[in-house]
Each structure stands twice: as structure tokens, then as C-alpha cells.
Design a protein around this ligand. Sequence first.
Ligand code: DX5
Ligand code: ZN
Length: 215
Amino acid sequence: MPIIAPSLLSADFLNLQKDCTMLNESQADWFHLDVMDGQFVPNISFGFPIIETIRKATTKTCDVHLMILEPGNYAKAFQKAGADILTVHIEACPHLHRNLQQIKSLGMKAGVALNPHTPVHLLSDILQDIDMVCLMSVNPGFGGQQFIPHTLDKIRALKHMIIEKSLHTLIEIDGGVTLANAGEILQAGADVLVAGNSVFKSADPVTTIAALKKM
Ligand code: DX5
Ligand code: ZN
């Protein structure tokens, strides 16, 4: 069964408690929390106070996706705020191995995200140190965009690398995931589905999450 990680970016920020309660009672496995700095991506989202608040409101895994420059300067603060998984972008990390060591030494799982243009083979000498690879299936920065179909080839190639090395690295797909394309994404080899708009803008988010989980 896939891991379902609704993205809070599409939640109702005036009623976060309501959306947290809804997710807590749903079949969602993780809360996906998108942090943007207005530098690495052309948008600014939220930071520590929101993550701390959500941490208190849920026992589910907090999957924090950093779309920021210099993530190493903030890893400890995100751990304190309550992150269980901390994902950094390969494009923002000239010393990725050091970033991953830091994240793990703080007791968190370490994720690496790749933008749509970044080839998966760049991970060949670091894959063994990564708990989860997040393949961006849209250009990061905004919810509600269209899934980029070439991501399916990237999933298959990455899955092949993971199996070849006998690893257990999770593959997370982030951006434009819907009930219509989740099946082929999972068939290609994904383990974790992030879903923002398709969950929160649906008529019945709890049912949508259950349907994604059943895929
Ligand atoms: C985009 C974020 C995503 C976003 C996904 O930069 O990383 O997590 O919330 O939203 P949807 O599912 O609406 O594409
Ligand atoms: Zn994300």
C-alpha cells in the first residue's frame, strides 16, 4: 500500500486545526510540509511556528520538504520544531553528503529532492546514504500544477538503481498527483504520494485520501 502524504500547502490556513483533525482521522500516513524561502523557489510559504503547531496537533509523521538555500543552517531548528523526515534539494546542496550526515545525526530521516530537470543518475554515489528520494513532478514553488509525464521514466530509472544496489530507499512523488494518475505513478515504482490540491480541493478529502491509499 502506498504512503499518502497530503500537502498542507493547500490547506485552509484560517482553519488549520480543522484540517489537522481531518487528516488525523483520515488514512493519511504523513503530513507533507513545504517550506519555501523566496530564494531557491519564487514563493514564500511558512516556517517554524506553523511546523511546531502542527507537530502538537498530530502524531503522524511530519515530512518536511525544504525548498530553501543553505538548509544546513536550519536543520537543527527543524528537528526542534518537530520534523521526522527532512528533505533537502540536491540543487541547493554542494556538500550533500555533509547535509545528509547532519540530518541523520539529529535523529531525522534524510530525504533528497530533485527538480524536474535533474537526472536521477546524479544520485548514483550517494543513494546508499538517502532514506527517501523526492522526485519533483512539477517545478517546485506552487501547489495545483500539472504533473510532468517524464517523471514516470525517472521513477522507473530510480527504482532500477535502488533494486540494483539492494537498498530500501523510498521514492516520493511531489506535484500534480491526482486520482487519475496515481495508478501509473505507483506502477512505475513510487512508494509515497504527496497530494495537495487533489486532496484539499476535493469535495470529500477523507474519501479522496482513502481512494489514493487503496490504489
Ligand atoms: C510544490 C510542493 C508540493 C505541493 C504539491 O512545490 O512541493 O508539495 O504542495 O501540491 P499539488 O499536489 O497541488 O501539486
Ligand atoms: Zn513538497
